[in-house]
Design a protein around this ligand. Structure first.
Ligand code: FES
Length: 60
């Protein structure tokens, strides 16, 4: 699986291609509020929208 670069609040992190932004943020000490997401349950999350972030692809 390939790596991607993810920029959160101006900080760049490397992550596996299919890693969700919430997980990348958590692993790097960045708090994104969440309610329904549980990394232990693959089908959880995506319904409450508490963790909604603005995402851009490519250079800004
Ligand atoms: S915590 Fe992300 S949609 Fe609920």
């Amino acid at each position: 699986m390939g790596k991607i670069s993810v920029v959160v609040d101006g900080r760049t992190f490397q992550a596996e291609k299919d890693t969700c932004i919430l997980e990348v943020a958590r692993r790097n000490g960045i708090h994104i509020p969440s309610l329904c997401y549980n990394s232990e349950v693959t089908s959880s999350g995506g319904s409450c929208r508490v963790c909604l972030v603005e995402a851009h692809q490519g250079e800004r």
